[in-house]
Design a protein around this ligand. Structure first.
Ligand SMILES: [Zn+2]
Length: 482
């Protein structure tokens, strides 16, 4: 299966091959865990999951990294404003560490509910401070860094290709963006390390060769991707809003620290989920929808996944309740149509060997269409349409259709093999630990009544929440991993 991807680098469709045969290094910018992810954020991860699944369908092994930004950064691209984590802590009367743990868990739960494949690594920025310091040292020794009263900055004038990625000249890049220049030399220069204020201790701060402080927010992605994938990534993903500043800065610091070695070969950018009156759903605008709100209103998380599958990742998708309802109805009807097909396939398999399941000519034709859709820049809406048409094709037996659809679900990720599964229980907010206590108690009960499937299901839920349970003579105790 041949795969072409639209590469932001060069702005064109390009045939994809990884640097090392068979293995794809894929880095995706993850959430800042100061609040719940909204469904617009989640759309990006669903689309990235379609990409990952398509790569695996094409036979690649994917080394997939999604970072968790748990360091308190400043709210604007220009390194000014409030610290998001501290803002979250003040809002809820908790410590920044509690805020990070709570919203990381909530994010991982959304991840699981949407049936997104677990990445190979979930690095937390706070676990990679040393690597971020090392990156700044590498840049400093090569002359790309200058110091001001409040931190260390990257001198964008020293990197002539700085504006290339966004397709803008340096002076145009920041036009229209309000920037407090402070001691900075150029508006586009960005913080690599910020000093803690002299008169107060920050909730999150670390020692460094330059003094106590915290890393600038772009540093982590460069440092963690190098540590977990290597200097050159095959694919780097994110939202279109990251092109101008965050990804431009990642490229600048990585390529300058690594003597010009290319940072990422393919850049894949996801378009926003919009609402009928705004081009972007955003947290700063106050009102935003979480997956939990959708579930509370009677939708299944996979209804939302199906909704995401109806638009190509490079196109806007317009959220409205009627649009979501239409997607839910189509999703449920699709599952109903599939049920007898999957049953027929499962029935026909009983007691047979694999050799009788070679594709017929009819099946091969459908398979080619499906792969072609994926190969053209991961065209999931088209692939979904092909699956819908196949389900109705009377020229193939039910079992033949069922077999293909089950196979294709490896990409669609709708968990078609089973009835729409019950959603995992919600985090009943406020008290995370009560929720985990309840899960642990349910696990104990399931084990006592020898209900192994249920015990196993709960074990997986706990694992996804990063909870480890240890059985002791006085009963089970649990703790967060790490
Ligand atoms: Zn990033």
């Amino acid at each position: 299966m041949k795969l072409s991807l639209h590469n932001t680098l060069g702005r064109r469709l390009q045939s994809f091959e990884p640097l090392h045969p068979g293995v794809v290094g894929m880095y995706c910018c993850g959430p800042t865990v100061y609040h719940y992810a909204h469904i617009g954020n989640l759309r990006t991860y669903v689309n990235e999951d379609f990409l990952r699944r398509s790569l695996e369908y094409a036979g690649y092994r994917v080394n997939h990294v999604v970072n968790i930004t748990d360091v308190g950064h400043l709210t604007s691209d220009s390194d000014e404003g409030d610290d998001k984590m501290e803002k979250g802590a003040a809002r809820e009367g908790r410590t920044v560490w509690e805020i990070a743990a709570h919203y990381t868990n909530a994010f991982l739960l959304d991840w699981q509910r949407l049936n997104l494949l677990q990445p190979s690594h979930w690095p937390k920025a706070t676990d990679y401070i040393a690597q971020q310091i090392q990156l700044v040292q590498e840049l400093e020794s090569r002359g790309f860094v200058y110091r001001t009263s409040d931190g260390l900055y990257f001198d964008t004038e020293k990197f002539p290709a700085y504006g290339d990625f966004a397709g803008l000249r340096l002076d145009k890049l920041m036009a229209g963006v309000r920037v407090e220049l402070g001691d900075k030399k150029n508006p586009s220069d960005f913080a690599l390390w910020k000093f803690s204020p002299v008169d107060k201790r920050r909730a999150m701060e670390w020692d460094s060769p330059w003094g106590v402080g915290f890393p600038g927010w772009h540093a982590e992605c460069s440092a963690m991707s190098t540590a977990l994938i290597g200097r050159t990534l095959d694919i780097h993903c994110g939202g279109t809003d990251h092109i101008r500043v965050h990804h431009t800065n990642e490229i600048a610091q990585s390529e300058c620290a690594h003597d010009g070695e290319p940072f990422a070969r393919f850049w894949i950018h996801n378009e926003f989920l919009k609402t009928e009156d705004s081009d972007k759903m955003s947290k700063s605008s106050g009102e935003f929808l979480t997956l939990q709100v959708l579930i509370d209103r009677g939708f299944h998380a996979l209804d939302y996944r199906y909704f995401c599958a109806t638009a190509h990742y490079r196109k806007f998708l317009t959220f409205s309740w009627p649009n979501l309802e239409a997607a839910r109805d189509a999703h449920r009807a699709f599952r109903r149509r599939l049920k007898p097909l999957l049953d027929a396939w499962n029935g026909s398999r009983q007691g047979e060997t694999d050799s009788v399941h070679e594709f017929s000519e009819g099946q091969k034709g459908w398979q080619a269409q499906f792969e072609e859709a994926l190969g053209q820049d991961v065209n999931i809406p088209k692939a979904l349409g092909i699956a819908q048409s196949l389900a109705r094709d009377g020229n193939l037996t039910e079992a033949q259709r069922g077999r293909l659809l089950l196979d294709w679900d490896a990409v669609l990720g709708l968990d078609l093999a089973q009835d729409l599964p019950d959603p995992p229980p919600a985090i009943v907010d406020a008290d995370q630990s009560a929720h985990i206590d309840a899960l642990v108690a349910a696990r104990t009960q399931a084990r006592e009544s020898k209900d192994w499937p249920e015990a196993d299901r709960i074990r997986k839920l706990l694992a996804d929440l990063q909870v480890v349970v240890t059985d002791t003579p006085t009963g089970p105790v649990w703790a967060f991993k790490g």
